[in-house]
Write a protein that binds this ligand. Structure first.
Ligand SMILES: Nc1ncnc2c1ncn2[C@@H]1O[C@H](COP(=O)(O)OP(=O)(O)OP(=O)(O)O)[C@@H](O)[C@H]1O
Length: 299
């Protein structure tokens, strides 16, 4: 079995009377990029704060690097770099100076700074005041600060929030590079399925504090059912012709029928033509993850 870097076992958490996390069991394997997906208010930040011991759970059911968090707090937290909400950056200092200040605090050698600037793509902007940085550059500096102590695990809370497309692409490349070339395990939260789909090796989907799906990205993809989309010269007539054989058929501008086989597509095409309809198009379409996510979260 794969080594788990983060594991929670039926984690619960309340804010006053509000149940925010409900029996949440996370399993984050070593070396992966785990996308933690959920709509706003679903409990992602609360989970992250619990993992970082910024919030405390009474239950001893959070394990990092195979050890219980409360009893091994110092040892565990030393191996984690994080970016939660805004990066803690001094705006009047340059990128280099921000890293140097943190390096002094952590007693990390200054020689690491240039390497980190290179990893996060800020070498050219190293001597620019960080207040002049774009939001994406600030996020990358924040990740650079989190990397200073060479953590094994990086926890990033919605790092692409508010970024322009270019900024999002740069963070995406950085995260992939950190996992592939720097042996980091990365836990990243997001409310954007398309974003997570592009980078994650594993996915957990939560809603209202409950885990709805957890698995690797291939398992998520295989959940997607394909549809046959059909356009004809008279979709309503086509609907009544096909309805008895395909009761789950739906009409959304075009006809949609769950895909079974290529033979089935051929049969439908033939059947419609035999009934004097003109078939403009008939094609197989994979249900996109966005609609899958809606299906799961509305379940
Ligand atoms: N300090 C707090 N006191 C009381 N309730 C809180 C507190 N922090 C969060 N909550 C509530 O807990 C629930 C989960 O919030 P959380 O921030 O964990 O969600 P999230 O998935 O990270 O959402 P977002 O993407 O909007 O940050 C929400 O209903 C929120 O209002």
């Amino acid at each position: 079995m794969q080594e788990l870097i983060i594991q929670t076992k039926n984690l619960n958490f309340n804010f006053a009377q509000q149940k925010v996390l409900n029996q949440l069991s996370l399993e984050v394997p070593k070396g992966g990029i785990y996308g933690f997906l959920g709509p706003n208010g679903s409990g992602k930040t609360t989970t992250i704060k619990l993992l970082l011991n910024l919030l405390k759970s009474d239950e001893k059911n959070i394990f990092l690097f195979g050890k219980e968090l409360q009893e091994n707090r110092t040892e565990i937290l030393k191996k984690i770099g994080s970016l939660v909400e805004q990066p803690a950056i001094y705006p009047h200092l340059t990128g280099y100076e921000n890293l140097k200040t943190r390096a002094l605090l952590l007693q990390v050698s200054k020689s690491k700074i240039n390497k980190i600037l290179d990893i996060v793509g800020l070498t050219d902007a190293a001597n620019k005041k960080s207040e002049k940085y774009s939001l994406g550059m600030k996020q990358r500096l924040g990740i650079g600060l989190a990397l200073l102590d060479d953590p094994e695990l990086l926890i990033l809370d919605e790092p692409t929030n508010g970024l322009d497309p270019n900024g999002i692409i740069e963070i995406r490349h950085l995260i992939k590079d950190l996992a592939a070339n720097h042996q980091k395990t990365i836990f990243i939260s997001s409310h954007l399925l398309a974003e997570i789909e592009r980078i994650a090796t594993h996915v957990g989907i939560i809603n209202k504090g409950k885990m709805l799906f957890q698995g690797n990205i291939h398992e998520l993809h295989s959940l997607k059912t394909s549809l046959i989309c059909i356009e004809t010269n008279d979709n309503e007539a086509a609907q009544s012709i096909l309805k008895s054989k395909y009761p789950s058929l739906s009409l959304n501008g075009h006809l949609e029928i769950p895909f079974e086989s290529l033979e089935q597509m051929g049969f439908i095409n033939h059947h419609l033509i035999q009934n004097d309809l003109i078939v403009y198009s008939i094609y197989k379409q994979k249900k996109d993850l966005e609609s899958l996510f809606l299906d799961i979260t509305n379940a």
